[in-house]
Design a protein around this ligand. Structure first.
Ligand code: SF4
Ligand code: SF4
Length: 254
C-alpha cells in the first residue's frame, strides 16, 4: 500500500473540488490555457477504468495485471501516489504518460456528468489555488475536449457505465431468484476464466480477453478498442453465467 496522501482532498479526489458552473454543454463558451505548473497532479485520487488501465499498461510496456499490481491502489481503482502526494507518473518533465493519461486529467478543470439515458453535461471547477492556467471564452467546451483527445476516453467510459447498469440489472434479477440470491456470493470464474477472482475479470483486461478468446476460439484483438469490446462482452457472459449457477447462458442482452 502507498502511504496515505498528506492532503485531505486527495481522499475524494476531484469529487471534492468546488464547482463554479454546472449544466454546461459542448457549445458553452470555454477555453483554458495550461501553464504546466503541474499543481493539478498532486493530492488527487485519479480513478481509472479498464480502458484507461489498458492504455496506461501499453504505455508502460506491461500487461494489465502487472500494471494494476505496480501502479494502482485498491485493486486497480486508483493510480498510486508518492509520499508527497504526487501522482506516480509525475516526473520532473511533467506527466510521464501524457499520451495515455486518464480522462479526468484530460478534462481538468472541467467535470463530465452522464445520466442513465447517457445525457451528458459539464461543470467547471473552481481553480486550484496553485493553478496558473488561464481561463477564457475563446472557444467552446467541445473544442477543448477535441484538443485534449478526450473523445475515445469518453466513449469507453460510457460503455463501461452502460455495462455497470446492466450488471446492476442482473444483480437485481439474481436477488429475486431463489437459486441465486446474491451474485457476489455465487459468482465464480470458471469455466471461461483462468484469472483468480471475479474482481480480476472486471479489471484485468488482458487476462480476461485472452481466456474469452481461447474459449470462443477467436483471434486475440490487436486494437485496444476491439479488446475493450470483447472485454465487455466477456463480463456480460460471465455475469449471466454466474447468475445461472454455472449453466451456459446465451442471451446477455438484458
Ligand atoms: S495546475 Fe493548472 S496550470 Fe498547472 S498543470 Fe494543472 S491545469 Fe496546468
Ligand atoms: S496521469 Fe499524468 S496528468 Fe494525470 S495526474 Fe498523473 S501525472 Fe498528472
Amino acid at each position: 500500500m502507498p502511504p496515505a496522501c498528506p492532503a485531505g482532498i486527495c481522499r475524494n479526489g476531484l469529487l471534492n473540488m468546488q464547482q463554479r458552473s454546472v449544466n454546461l454543454d459542448r457549445k458553452t463558451p470555454f477555453s483554458f490555457s495550461c501553464r504546466c505548473c503541474l499543481a493539478c497532479c498532486r493530492n488527487k485520487k485519479i480513478q481509472v477504468n479498464p480502458y484507461e488501465i489498458t492504455r496506461l499498461a501499453r504505455n508502460r510496456g506491461l500487461s494489465t495485471s502487472d500494471f494494476i499490481n505496480r501502479y494502482t491502489t485498491e485493486e486497480g481503482t486508483y493510480l498510486t501516489w508518492d509520499a508527497e502526494g504526487r501522482c506516480i507518473f509525475l516526473d520532473s518533465q511533467g506527466c510521464a504518460v501524457h499520451r495515455d493519461r486518464p480522462l479526468v486529467c484530460r478534462l481538468y478543470p472541467l467535470g463530465r456528468h452522464v445520466t442513465h439515458a447517457l445525457q451528458e453535461s459539464y461543470s467547471e471547477f473552481e481553480p486550484d489555488p496553485e493553478c496558473q492556467g488561464v481561463y477564457g471564452t475563446d472557444g467552446q467546451i467541445g473544442d477543448y475536449l477535441e484538443s485534449q483527445n478526450a473523445y475515445p476516453f469518453m466513449e469507453a467510459a460510457d460503455k463501461y457505465l452502460q455495462l455497470f447498469w446492466k450488471l446492476c440489472n442482473i444483480l437485481q434479477n439474481s436477488a429475486a431468484d431463489p437459486i441465486n440470491d446474491n451474485l457476489a456470493t455465487t459468482a465464480h470464474t470458471g469455466p471461461y476464466f483462468s484469472v483468480a477472482a471475479p474482481y480480476d475479470i472486471l479489471k484485468d483486461v488482458d487476462g480476461t480477453v485472452a481466456d474469452f478468446c481461447k474459449k470462443e476460439k477467436v483471434a486475440l484483438p490487436k486494437d485496444i478498442e476491439d479488446q475493450i469490446s470483447i472485454h465487455i462482452r466477456a463480463i456480460e457472459v460471465w455475469a449471466c453465467h454466474s447468475r445461472k449457477g454455472g449453466q451456459d447462458e446465451e442471451n446477455v442482452n438484458g
